[in-house]
Write a protein that binds this ligand. Sequence first.
Ligand code: CMP
Length: 140
Amino acid sequence: MAMQRTFSIIKPDATRRNLTGAINAMLEGAGLRIVAQKRIRMTQEQAEGFYGVHKERPFFNDLVTFMTSGPVVVQVLEGEDAVVKNREVMGATNPVEAAEGTIRKTHAENIEANSVHGSDSPENAEIEINFFFDEDEIVG
Ligand code: CMP
């Protein structure tokens, strides 16, 4: 498997509890390299655009409100099979269903405030990376 990039967000519930370092340690421990990272306050337009695929879902408005409620850390992660590796270390969307030792099992508060986002495919990773980063901000 070749080197791959994926996109990650440390969400407001995690930055509020000062868990950026703890989560980064879990990402690095899983063999992922943080090759770009910035702490931002997402605008409503950014959150609506980023989660546009969920527009018709009942939780969409709450999700946008939550994602703009505090700082987030957007990241590019690099490694072999990075998309799958990141999804494994994140754990299931709902922390109740997440495996022991995963980020969401360890840190998430509930299905919405679930501490991290990670791309679900290499194709979406590229789209999501381009949504927040210019190529010259990514240093592998
Ligand atoms: P994420 O991986 O960022 O992708 C979409 C987000 O929507 C998800 O994590 C959760 O934060 C949120 N989400 C997904 N399903 C639900 C749900 N049933 N209720 C509330 N929030 C949800």
